[in-house]
Design a protein around this ligand. Structure first.
Ligand SMILES: Cc1ncc(C[n+]2csc(CCOP(=O)(O)OP(=O)(O)O)c2C)c(N)n1
Ligand code: SF4
Ligand SMILES: [Mg+2]
Length: 283
């Protein structure tokens, strides 16, 4: 194995799972961007999708369920030279991690967030996730999901996201292109990736998505926020994929006085005199 190439490893996913193509597209996107594994940090919480960082030869960190974003943001603040990618599930991102999701958008730290949105809690065998359809019946909720699903694309635009996209694991060329754009975007970039879970979601299957998804055409104006919100709400018989909304916004690093200036925090000399003064008061 070369230190300069990305390798993927054997997985514990079910045969036919949409996660395989997302992993393959991630590897291709990083290669096509000429990234080296040492430059990339993959971060996740817990779940089937959250195993992805362990299946590719980059730096990786898998923490608590729902807590991928704080770890990723901390790493980017410490070392802005890293390409930081959160790669995890819909439950991890929008359920247990929902609060971090909203407030991280407001901070606009320059990280990328790929969500494997299988509209289910896969690892724990099929409970409804925040994006499961109302009324959806699974083995563990035989009378159907009673909650209203949230629309992560609409929510991200409303919260002030500067790069908000939707993709489909079954359209690989398109997914690679969206992943590359998201990684290159300067700021927080969300890609909600529709991903069939063949074992526990018998509704949102490959054929369900294949019949519905369509690529946004070249004439689509991703800078029109009201139109983008309208487009984000198109989720039913037809589901648009592509960059739904894009706007360049000042990043956390650009706005923060300590971090602006281009010198990574880890390379700055540490001035401990203030800390020492405070400590001295207790002696
Ligand atoms: C705080 C906390 N709550 C619940 C769990 C149990 N748990 C682990 S993974 C998971 C669901 C993961 O679903 P998702 O993020 O959608 O990933 P998927 O398995 O579908 O890819 C749950 C509920 C946990 N580990 N920690
Ligand atoms: S349970 Fe679903 S999401 Fe998890 S590996 Fe199997 S098919 Fe994929
Ligand atoms: Mg899931």
């Amino acid at each position: 194995m070369s230190m300069n190439s990305f390798c993927t490893y054997d997985t514990a996913w079910c045969p036919g799972c949409g996660n395989f193509s997302i992993l393959e597209c991630l590897k291709k996107a990083l290669e096509e961007l000429n990234k080296d594994p040492y430059e990339v940090l993959m971060v996740a919480g817990i779940g089937q999708a959250a195993k992805t960082p362990q299946y590719i030869s980059a730096n990786s960190f898998c923490g608590l369920h729902g807590r991928a974003l704080p770890a990723a943001v901390a790493a980017k603040i410490a070392n802005e030279k890293l390409t930081v990618i959160v790669d995890t599930g819909d439950g991890d991102s929008y359920g247990e991690g929902g609060n971090h999701f909203i407030h991280n958008i407001r901070r606009n730290v320059d990280i990328t967030h790929f969500v494997h949105d299988n509209q289910i809690y896969g690892l724990t065998k099929g409970q409804a996730s925040p994006t499961s359809a109302e009324g959806q019946v699974t083995d563990v909720q035989p009378t159907g999901n009673i909650n209203t699903p949230l629309n992560p694309v609409l929510l991200a635009i409303a919260a002030g996201g500067g790069f908000v996209a939707r993709a489909f694991s079954g359209d690989k060329d398109h997914l690679i292109s969206i992943m590359k754009q998201a990684i290159l975007y300067n700021g927080y970039a969300l890609v909600d990736i529709l991903q069939p879970c063949v074992s526990f979601n018998k509704v949102n299957t490959f054929s369900y998505y294949s019949k519905r998804v369509y690529r946004l055409d070249d004439g689509y104006d991703a800078s029109d926020k009201a139109a983008a919100m309208q487009k984000a709400m198109e989720y039913g018989d037809r589901i648009p994929i592509g960059v739904i909304y894009q706007e360049q916004k000042r990043t956390f690093h650009e706005k923060n006085k300590v971090l602006s200036g281009g010198v990574p925090l880890i390379d700055k000399p540490a001035d401990l005199s203030t800390v020492q003064r405070l400590a001295d008061e207790f002696i």
